[in-house]
Design a protein around this ligand. Structure first.
Ligand SMILES: NC(=O)c1ccc[n+]([C@@H]2O[C@H](COP(=O)([O-])OP(=O)(O)OC[C@H]3O[C@@H](n4cnc5c(N)ncnc54)[C@H](O)[C@@H]3O)[C@@H](O)[C@H]2O)c1
Ligand SMILES: O=P(O)(O)OC[C@H](O)CO
Length: 331
């Protein structure tokens, strides 16, 4: 099995390590030559995973054609809102039979498409050729080989199983699933709920508030999921509750950290600068998830409030007041 991983940030690099450790011959595409050189010569990625030793067998290149040559799997690990443009440049070089694997957790602004839908459309690939990997997968913990599970979803179960095989190691345990919609939605919406949890902690609130947000956040994710045709059970699994809990609780999460900064009074610009160019997907996807929910007539109050804060139209304290003054209802 041979894989190309396109995107040498936190997760692309950690997942390339997982694939290599699983015995899959892997080439990582990086935008910058100095980063490719660090992977090839010093077996590290100091910009994203400082202190982590990468496998000697992992190779990197700045040439996407070289990375994809002969690949059985092409894995996408770039910011969601850049996928369409990047993939437009790569589509002509995709090996015709390769499985196309999304690691991304976002919804495209404007089109409100899931990442697997963007891949199918731009690569002109049938949906059953596209798999999604999503779960409680904080990149640094996985790069440190801490035991972690994940979901590999594909409408073609055999293809999901081949991706599962390619990334199974002693520290990374993938489960298969055929519910691509639920798996992707869980990954995208949890980023927005993690922004809300970060804001709550930044404002000085404790575990009751965070648990309330996680639980009601899961309720709105499941409501939207069922309107879109997802299997409700997916939201009780790794790509649903699992990822939601990990992201909302972890100081390693860029989304939670971004929200935390807003909650303690920093501006959107300050929080953005503090990411050092790394992606906090929920900051943009909150808008597209809200649009998606509005199109389907689904009530997503937490997403709506986070979206207003991220658009600069509200602030965390106003958002709390709005959520707590909604009409009372049954659970
Ligand atoms: N970091 C994690 O723990 C983690 C875990 C699971 C899923 N994800 C998801 O994986 C995706 C990638 O996340 P990441 O953590 O690797 O992101 P990152 O910000 O660490 O890295 C993004 C990579 O994409 C590249 N890139 C290519 N085109 C770009 C462009 N036009 N603009 C900006 N960057 C561009 C960057 O050079 C960089 O190598 C996201 O959708 C994220 O939600 C991340
Ligand atoms: O750092 P975040 O907030 O993008 O979250 C990382 C992963 O998605 C956790 O599973």
């Amino acid at each position: 099995m041979r894989a190309a991983v396109l995107g040498a940030g936190n997760w692309g690099t950690a997942f390339a390590k997982v694939l290599t450790d699983a015995g899959t011959e892997t080439v990582l595409w990086a935008r910058r030559p100095e980063l490719a050189e660090a992977v090839n010569q010093r077996h590290c990625n100091p910009d994203y995973l400082e202190g982590i030793e990468l496998p000697g067998a992992l190779r990197a290149t700045t040439d996407p054609t070289e990375a994809m040559s002969g690949a059985d799997l092409v894995v996408f690990a770039i910011p969601s809102q850049t996928l369409r443009e990047n993939l437009g440049g790569w589509a002509g070089q995709l090996p015709p039979q390769a499985s196309l694997v999304s690691l991304m957790k976002g919804i495209e602004l404007g089109t409100v498409m899931r990442m697997s839908e963007v891949i199918s459309q731009v690569a002109k690939a049938l949906p059953e050729r596209v798999a999604v990997v999503s779960g409680p997968n904080l990149a640094r913990e996985i790069a440190m080989q801490q035991p972690t599970a994940t979901t590999v979803a594909c409408t073609d179960l055999a293809r999901a199983e081949s991706v599962q095989q390619a990334c199974s190691t002693g520290y990374f345990r993938p489960y298969t699933n055929t519910d691509v919609i639920g798996t992707e939605l869980g990954g995208a919406v949890k980023n927005v709920i993690a922004l809300a949890c970060g804001m709550a902690v930044g404002m000085g609130f404790g575990d009751n508030t965070v648990a309330s947000l996680i639980t009601r956040g899961l309720a709105e994710t499941a409501r939207l999921g069922s309107a879109l045709g997802a299997d409700p059970l997916t939201f009780a699994g790794l790509a649903g509750l699992g990822d939601l809990v990990a992201t909302c609780a972890s100081p390693l999460s860029r989304n939670r950290t971004f929200g935390h900064r807003l909650g303690r009074g920093e501006t959107l610009e300050q929080a953005q600068q503090a990411t050092h160019g790394q992606i906090a997907e929920g900051v943009k996807s909150c808008r597209s998830i809200l649009d998606l929910a509005d199109r389907h007539g689904v009530d997503v109050p937490i997403v709506r409030e986070v979206s207003a804060v991220c658009a600069g139209e509200s602030d965390p304290r106003t958002a709390v007041r709005a959520l707590m003054s909604r009409s009372i209802k049954s659970e």
